[in-house]
Design a protein around this ligand. Structure first.
Ligand SMILES: Cc1cc2nc3c(=O)[nH]c(=O)nc-3n(C[C@H](O)[C@H](O)[C@H](O)COP(=O)(O)OP(=O)(O)OC[C@H]3O[C@@H](n4cnc5c(N)ncnc54)[C@H](O)[C@@H]3O)c2cc1C
Length: 419
């Protein structure tokens, strides 16, 4: 049966991109985008960066202006999907509206894990996910505010750098032994730790939070797992997310660390796809291990893949190269590939050791990821290399004198003539 009516639940990066790509690829049927948040669909990355710093105003957060949805005949409905009737092919909204679909795309994203400890229900304990969260936080981050950040992942550290640059005193806690431990290699962790310390940020590793002390409904201190009492006016947590998979589970779809999909991003029901932060997919770069990624690249590329499949324009399974970025102070971290389970690293020389870093991570002899700081050209070379090269450098190639990643990529693309 050909697909005439597509319903997309969730109007974040993945949901919006599905609608946009369907139209770009010539889909002429009906597209309905169910937006569970207020306002126009918007981008999240600036929330913990330029938006919080006041360098990007609210009018620049939306992914598209309102007229785009009208022009592209994408019906944007502000409502929440509460259930899926797979038998009749219908999504039921909180308002009672029933949306019939030929194909349903679940792009429901994820929500923050919350701090489940005594005292965490006071207003100055805030997680960072939505524009509303950033709007609550911005006025609280002023010179002299004592901030405790719980979680030294990307978002925690981005927030820490903004707060430190706005004159707050910032202490970061994490149960791991180094910053961004799940995402980057040890040298890159240590580099960021040093730079944050130079901005005045202090760290407690191997240390979590057991209790938040409050007086008259306001935070006064944080009690840590090692028994320290850290005075605080504001607690910001970034301790991971939970995929929004409830409506999928209740509809009888497979859920395991997200909505489980196959290599084509189809759920156990061939009329339902799942993408973005909510989806657990077989990741080609990790030997097809079930993986859930949280990044703009993943959300957008998976959306493009589903749109292409729906118009019958793709035969291969999803194989987008994972890449990420994080802006902290004057440092732009960019990662191409996935460092998970790396066994060997090679650090390449940089011109300015205070502001740049260049690290190759290997699983066995296989190049798994390339981490760069303030080296955008090298990041793009790494993406090109990891996306399509027939041969990748091994650790011994990378250690050989004069090794140049960009030249390597070029040599692979333009092999020397054998004539
Ligand atoms: C502060 C912050 C900074 C970030 N910075 C970066 C960065 O620098 N680089 C990067 O690559 N990534 C970054 N990310 C991650 C990136 O933004 C996400 O990976 C991406 O937004 C995922 O898109 P998504 O559409 O899958 O999910 P989401 O953006 O979470 O969108 C899902 C939407 O679905 C809605 N929804 C859920 N259930 C329902 C329902 N039942 N009915 C209707 N609507 C529903 C949600 O309310 C939400 O609006 C950042 C994330 C945050 C929070």
């Amino acid at each position: 049966m050909s697909v005439e009516t597509v319903v997309i639940v969730g109007a974040g990066q993945a949901g919006y991109q599905t609608a946009a790509s369907l139209r770009q690829k010539g889909f002429t049927g009906t597209i309905t985008l169910v937006n569970g948040e207020a306002g126009l669909p918007y981008q999240r990355p600036p929330l913990s960066k330029a938006y919080l710093l006041g360098k990007l105003d609210a009018s620049r957060l939306p992914l598209r202006q309102g007229s785009w949805y009208t022009d592209q005949r994408v019906e944007l409905i502000h409502d929440e999907a509460v259930s899926v009737d797979r038998h009749d092919g219908v999504v039921v909204l909180r308002s009672g509206t029933r949306l019939r679909y030929d194909h349903l795309v679940l792009a429901t994203g994820a929500r923050n894990r919350t701090l489940e400890i005594p005292g965490s229900d006071v207003p100055e304990v805030i997680g960072m996910r939505s524009q509303a969260d950033a709007d609550r936080l911005a006025p609280l981050v002023v010179p002299g505010t004592r901030v405790v950040v719980v979680g030294a992942g990307f978002i925690g550290l981005e927030f820490a750098s903004v707060a430190a640059h706005r004159g707050a005193s910032v202490h970061v806690l994490d149960l791991a032994d180094r910053p961004m431990a799940r995402a980057v290699s040890e040298p890159v962790s240590r580099f960021f730790q040093d730079r944050h310390q130079s901005w005045g940020v202090t760290f407690g590793f191997g240390e979590g939070v057991t209790r938040i002390k409050e007086t008259e409904g306001h935070v006064t201190a944080v009690v840590t797992t090692t028994g320290r009492v850290l005075p605080a006016d504001l607690v910001v947590y970034g301790i991971g997310v939970l995929p929004n998979a409830e409506i999928a589970r209740e509809a009888g779809l497979r859920v395991d660390n997200g909505i489980v999909v196959n290599a084509d991003l189809l759920t156990s029901d061939p009329d339902i796809s799942a993408i973005g932060d909510a989806a657990c997919f077989p990741c080609a770069q990790l030997g097809y291990a079930p993986t859930r990624l949280e990044s703009v690249q993943n959300a957008a590329d998976q959306a493009r893949h589903v749109a292409a499949r729906l118009i019958g324009a793709t035969a291969d399974g999803y194989g987008g190269l994972a890449w990420f970025w994080s802006d902290q102070g004057d440092l732009k971290l960019q990662i191409a590939g996935l460092a998970d389970g790396y066994e060997d690293i090679v650090e390449l020389p940089v011109a300015d050791e205070d502001t740049q870093k260049f690290v190759l991570c290997f699983r066995g002899d296989e190049l798994a990821s390339v981490e760069t700081v303030n080296l955008p050209g090298e990041h793009m070379s790494a993406r090109r290399l990891l996306s399509g090269a027939s041969a990748l450098p091994t650790p011994s190639d990378a250690r050989s004198p004069g090794f140049d990643l960009t030249a390597w990529g070029r040599a692979i693309r333009e092999p020397a003539s054998t004539a």
